[in-house]
Design a protein around this ligand. Structure first.
Ligand code: CP
Length: 362
């Protein structure tokens, strides 16, 4: 049995297979309409969602399965203090697969460590949102016809935006990908993404603050929302919230075959007038999200059927329990029953929290 916690859990071959299955579902939906008959997806959403929750729901229904779950922490027993791990242990008695969204980094991993059914991370805090990345990849594939030889601009909140971190990781595996990182200096891409993904994979990149000056070079513009809910300081949010607004005027400088992606929801970072431009791919991207989630559900249920035993999520023999995670957003910092667990990274003397992946030197 396998879970999907991070986009890194999937090889390039598996990503290609998922995209192929999704394309086949698009072409031959009837072939798939009973593939999950008798199966249940539990959609456990502790944080608000429109696209992810409803596309998982639609995906399972279009595969002939059923969906149970909740759409807010306050309507679940987490409001009484139940841990994510206990909730998922219980729900694994009622369902065949779980999609979970939670505001804390590492919540999906804490569920996968105890669950008897596959866990899909539908977004854990600032950490990862792998099924959004799958939707992004399918969109790039369908819109551009390739994953290689692309200049990708990522614009907005690159610090807290889990989608841009995961997309950077996914694209680092393809050839000749150039990155243009467009953000205010307060919301720059975190150093661990720059060092451990971009530099490590020798990806050409530049960090800039102007969208106007750089839009002409891009094949893909990945816009992101400045996320109010990730800021501890409301004044900083107010100051930064309107940093970038993509308008019809700004698009005049862009390539004819540019594609604009956005994980959505948007607030005002893309003018609604841009929606009519054929280069605006963000609503098609949400539809792709449903198809790729159908492909993912099929894949994980198939693996679970062939091998019901839980696969190890990290090397248990290398775990250190004497180090403490200082990330206040990490699930290990909020749930007293979670032991802090660290594993060595490839760098000498460095360890990372298994939940949120924050690294420390020791
Ligand atoms: N892109 C995305 O995750 O949207 P929701 O928050 O609506 O699920």
């Amino acid at each position: 049995m396998r879970s999907l916690i991070d986009i890194k859990d999937l090889s390039v071959k598996e990503l290609d297979e998922l995209c192929k299955t999704a394309c086949d579902i698009i072409k031959h939906p009837k072939k798939y309409e009973n593939k999950c008959k008798g199966k249940k997806l539990a959609a456990l959403f502790f944080e608000p969602s429109t696209r992810t929750r409803l596309s998982f729901t639609a995906a399972m229904m279009e595969l002939g399965g059923n969906v149970i779950g909740f759409s807010g922490a306050s309507s679940s027993s987490s409001a009484k203090g139940e841990s994510v791990a206990d909730t998922c242990k219980v729900v694994s008695n009622f369902a065949d697969i779980i999609a979970i969204r939670h505001p804390k980094d590492g919540a999906a991993l804490s569920a996968a460590l105890v669950s008897n059914i596959p866990i899909i991370n539908a977004g854990d805090g600032m950490h990862a949102h792998p099924t959004q990345t799958l939707a992004d990849l399918l969109t790039i594939y369908r819109e551009m016809g390739r994953f290689n030889n692309l200049t990708i601009g990522m614009c907005g909140d690159l610090k807290y935006g889990r989608t841009v971190h995961s997309l950077t990781h996914a694209m680092s595996r393809y050839k000749n990908i150039k990155l243009v990182l467009i953000s205010p200096k307060e919301l720059r891409m975190p150093n661990y993404v720059i060092n451990d993904i971009i530099k490590k994979n020798h990806m050409p990149y530049k960090e800039v603050t102007s969208l106007e000056d750089n839009i002409k070079d891009l094949d893909i513009l990945y816009m992101t929302r400045i996320q109010r809910e990730r800021f501890f300081d409301p004044k900083q949010y107010e100051r930064l919230k309107n940093s970038y607004v993509l308008t019809v005027d700004k698009l005049k400088k862009a390539k004819k075959n540019l594609r604009i992606l956005h994980p959505l929801p948007r607030v005002n970072e893309i003018s609604v007038k841009v929606d009519d431009d054929p280069r605006a791919a963000y609503f098609r991207q949400t539809l792709n999200g449903k198809y790729i989630r159908m492909a993912l559900i099929l894949k994980l249920l198939d693996i679970a059927k062939k091998n019901p035993k839980r696969e190890p999520l990290f090397d248990q023999k290398k775990v250190r329990y004497d180090l403490k995670c200082t990330n206040v957003r990490c699930i290990s910092s909020v749930n007293v029953e979670h032991e802090h667990k660290f594993v060595p990274t490839s760098k000498k003397g460095e360890y990372k929290c298994v939940y949120c992946e924050q690294a420390i030197k020791k």
